[in-house]
Design a protein around this ligand. Sequence first.
Ligand SMILES: Nc1nc2c(ncn2[C@@H]2O[C@H](COP(=O)(O)OP(=O)(O)O)[C@@H](O)[C@H]2O)c(=O)[nH]1
Ligand SMILES: [Mg+2]
Length: 200
Amino acid sequence: MFETNFVIVTGFLGTGKTTFIIELAKRLTEEKDKKINILVNDFGQIAIDGETLNDFGMEAKRITKGCVCCEVKQDLVAQIRDLKKNFEPDIIILETSGVASLLPIYRTVEQYVDEIETLTLIDVSRYDKLMEKFRTVENQLTFADRILINKIDLADDEEMKKIEEKVSKFLNKENPDGQLHKISARKKIGLENVVSGIVQ
Ligand SMILES: Nc1nc2c(ncn2[C@@H]2O[C@H](COP(=O)(O)OP(=O)(O)O)[C@@H](O)[C@H]2O)c(=O)[nH]1
Ligand SMILES: [Mg+2]
């Protein structure tokens, strides 16, 4: 049986998931010689001004009838089976919807893939607001292997220090094994360690 690894990318709408995945997929293809397939669960979301995967010539399959963490789990399983059979990817990357909880997705896919890596993006400028309002953001941070503070190009040193302290405090309590990375998906900063964390 062909072994496929699976990368789940969560983060609220607008945190930079698509931008990050484009860069991640490029690097895994070019630098690590991996065959990548991408799944996007973008139900009910209006694409903001971010790039879309297809603009970059990446074949992305969409799951649009509901959230893969709840009502369309079976669609996700069907897509994974289909990709494995037809493309034999080394790695499948899933962009979840902004409101998806991580754990149910993990549980759904674990029996169909070899290794799962969970990544959660947060946005320097919206961390406080999102943490206050959305329980799912807490869930996304709690069950992530890696937490990526994205858009560091928008924050000065003082702001960066503050947000790092807040995120570290949360992780110490809720997810002490979670690895923290500071990145800019758009400016392509800090991505090397994330890539090598996925493929040594
Ligand atoms: N300044 C800045 N903007 C970013 C960065 N990463 C993504 N963005 C922008 O944030 C917006 C949302 O990005 P997108 O990838 O569509 O987010 P998604 O909804 O999580 O998939 C777009 O305008 C991106 O260009 C970054 O590192 N720095
Ligand atoms: Mg997106």
